[in-house]
Design a protein around this ligand. Structure first.
Ligand SMILES: [Mn+2]
Length: 260
């Protein structure tokens, strides 16, 4: 458990309870988001994820629905009661997101966008800060310092793996960093098995291993029809796959003295 608790809405991270954050990679339609929100809530997720603005490697890839996605997220929150987390990429989106969502996600590619971190430091919105694709632990913690030393102490670190020479998994996830980062930062640590794995069949094993390693939360991509998803199609779980892993995660959590 982290020394410091950080809450997204009324959901605390860093206590005995391990928090499941789940939802689609991208918000694609109202129905896609709402149907996913209902299922993940029923299975025990406490926070809903869904990106409105997408940082994509290719300019030809789906860039996100933007403002209308934020409206769908708010609708999903009012229907299910789940607080919402969504990603932002630059300072121009701070006002739109900080006033709308319960937590902003700073993605791997923005971890060293220092102007963005400085702008978020001036708000109180909880930040889910992902490690950069090739960031060292020191650089990751320095990015977190931009937020906390700038005035925003509501920081949750998210491990999503780094780029190595290995291509079998999308990114290489060093779970030894869960206890290391807790000790170094005292902050709650969330693990993202979806982006690390890059393919859905690897997600359950990484998720369970992360719980065993002491993660305070997991962020898992879930989509009604992953094969037709507009982003990260290969790694999103469908509803039955998500339903299947939750009891397994519960069992691992219990084995390490925690609960989901
Ligand atoms: Mn994704």
């Amino acid at each position: 458990m982290g020394e410091k608790k950080v809450s997204i809405g009324n959901v605390a991270f860093g206590g005995k309870e391990i928090v499941l954050i789940a939802g689609p990679c991208s918000v694609e339609s109202e129905e896609q988001l709402l149907s996913t929100a209902r299922v993940v809530k029923k299975e025990g997720a406490r926070v809903l994820r869904g990106s409105a603005f997408k940082p994509r490697s290719s300019p030809d890839a789906f860039q996100g629905l933007g403002k209308s996605a934020l409206e769908f997220l708010q609708k999903a929150r009012s229907e299910t009661g789940l607080p919402i987390v969504s990603e932002l990429m630059d300072t121009s989106q701070v006002n739109a997101l900080a006033g709308t969502v319960d937590c902003v996600q700073v993605g791997a590619r923005a971890m060293q966008n220092f102007e963005l971190l400085k702008a978020l430091a001036k708000t109180n919105v909880p930040v889910l800060l992902k490690n950069g694709l090739s960031a060292t632990v020191k650089e990751f913690l320095q990015a977190a310092d931009y937020l906390s030393k700038g005035g925003n102490k509501n920081v949750i670190l998210c491990l999503r793996g780094i780029r190595t020479f290995e291509t079998e998994t999308r990114f290489t996830l060093d779970l030894g960093l869960v206890p290391a980062l807790k000790k170094l930062s005292g902050l709650p640590i969330v693990v993202d098995p979806s982006h690390a794995a890059g393919k859905r069949e690897t997600v359950p094993a990484l998720a369970k291993a992360a719980v065993a390693a002491g993660a305070d939360g997991l962020i898992i991509e879930v989509h009604p029809e992953p094969e037709n998803a507009l982003s990260d199609s290969a790694q999103q779980l469908n509803f039955s796959e998500f339903q299947k892993i939750v009891p397994e995660l519960n069992a691992v959590a219990k084995a390490v003295g925690r609960k989901i």
